[in-house]
Ligand binder design. Structure first.
Ligand code: ARG
Length: 406
């Protein structure tokens, strides 16, 4: 009898490694593993070897770094994508892409199921499941860790019994990395009061007391050059990560609301994301009207919330992208940033689309702004507020004087 095939999203970590064996032994699948490269800098040859050693009948590596940058990270830059105003969404953006690639392979291989190693406690299960079901609601999804309610300890025990190779020096933390950032969870930093030790970080450095500058150029909302050099988006992100991270910039430490209701202490390092979004927001303030800015802030927040919550495939996300793209036709120009000991600030910006007009704003002679127009405007602008206050005063006076108001 031939077994059905299952295609597993495989990272090479503990969860997905034990999944290979569970899928074989308990679910009787032939397992095809797929590793999608979004810039996690792993040893992909080793990962393939490991998958096959555990029992995968076939392993597929997909380099999706450029697709990830172009189709997921750039829209997020345009949307100033930060969940709860803090988290640059690195993992959340990569999951729908990984799920899509796994579905493509399942289709080619005519698999009976797709599988992932997510637990039932996190956000990633939501992002995987919803993307997969949007792409093919009939295909079975198997999530062994979640289905069997496994803990990390039972997984390790199972791995040992089954001779599944796991990292002997298991990392202290649960880490996820791609070009847009690195997340660090678990271990001692689950104590929300404990300052994360410097050793938890890789992209952010702590030994430079100097001041640094970086200049970013945007075109239609996308960063296209840095420090005067045109670069493709992947190289640009790498350059900014290195340069900005060297000054200690890029750490996010906050309490985050997961979709499933759990509050968790999350630590990220994302120097490029923090710097690029800060610069992008600043440039928008120069070129968009105050009406556009107010409304776009709502759109950006909704967009970030949807991506975090696994709703990349929802039509509303695409509708929001259309609005955002339209606003970005004016977001072109240069932004200068300064870094020192973990602090980052915008110190200059310019754009051909600038609505900042020096002859209007200046305090010096030569202003073209007619102050005479202001008087009437201020009167009308405050009309209701002044009236409302006057009415209250009047009513109080009447009551005190015992007079009846009309
Ligand atoms: N809290 C972040 C998110 O929900 C990071 C999750 C990291 N995932 C992981 N499997 N290590 O996007």
């Amino acid at each position: 009898m031939v077994n059905d095939k299952a295609v597993l999203a495989y990272s090479g970590g503990l969860d997905t490694s034990v999944c290979i064996r569970y899928l074989q032994k308990l679910y009787h699948f032939d397992v095809i593993t797929v590793t999608v490269d979004c810039g996690q800098n792993d040893d992909f040859k080793e990962i393939e070897k490991k998958a096959k050693a555990i029992g995968a009948i076939k392993h597929i590596y997909i380099d999706a770094k450029e697709e990830f940058a172009l189709n997921y990270v750039i829209p997020s830059i345009k949307a100033n994508g930060l969940y709860q105003s803090k988290y640059p969404l690195a993992t959340a953006l990569a999951r729908p892409l990984i799920a899509t690639k796994v579905m493509d392979v399942a289709n080619i291989e005519q698999a009976a199921a797709v599988a992932h190693g997510c637990t039932g406690k996190g956000n990633d299960q939501i992002r995987f499941d919803i993307t997969m079901r949007c792409l093919n609601p009939k295909l079975k999804i198997v999530a062994p860790i979640r289905d069997m309610n496994l803990t990390r300890d039972t997984e390790i025990k199972f791995a040992e019994e089954q001779n599944i190779p796991i990292n002997t020096v298991a990392s202290k933390y649960s880490v996820d990395l791609n070009i847009w950032g690195r997340s660090i969870e678990g271990g001692d930093i689950e104590d929300a009061y404990l300052e994360p030790p410097e050793e938890a970080f890789q992209l952010v450095k702590f030994n430079d007391d100097n001041t640094g500058y970086i200049e970013l150029e945007f075109k239609d909302g996308s960063p296209i050059a840095v420090d005067g050099q045109n670069m493709n988006i992947n190289n640009l992100i790498e350059y900014v990560n290195k340069k900005v991270g060297a000054f200690g910039v890029g750490i996010v430490d906050h309490i985050e609301d997961r979709v499933v209701g759990i509050k968790s202490r999350e630590i990220y390092e994302a120097p490029a994301a923090i710097a690029i979004i800060e610069a992008h927001k600043d440039l928008e303030k120069m070129v968009l009207t105050k009406h556009e800015l107010r409304f776009k802030q709502l759109v950006d927040e909704q967009w970030s919330w949807m991506i975090y919550s696994g709703l990349w495939q929802d039509p509303l996300r695409i509708d929001l992208d259309r609005f955002i793209d339209e606003t970005q036709t004016k977001v072109s120009g240069q932004v200068k940033l300064k870094m020192r000991r973990g602090a980052l600030s915008v110190i200059g910006r310019e754009s051909a689309y600038s609505l900042y007009k020096n002859d209007l704003a200046t305090f010096s002679t030569g202003s073209t702004f007619d102050q005479g127009l202001a008087k009437g405007f201020v009167e009308l602008w405050g009309l209701q507020s002044v009236t409302a206050n006057a009415v209250v005063t009047e009513v109080k006076l009447d009551q005190n004087g015992g007079k009846k108001s009309r």
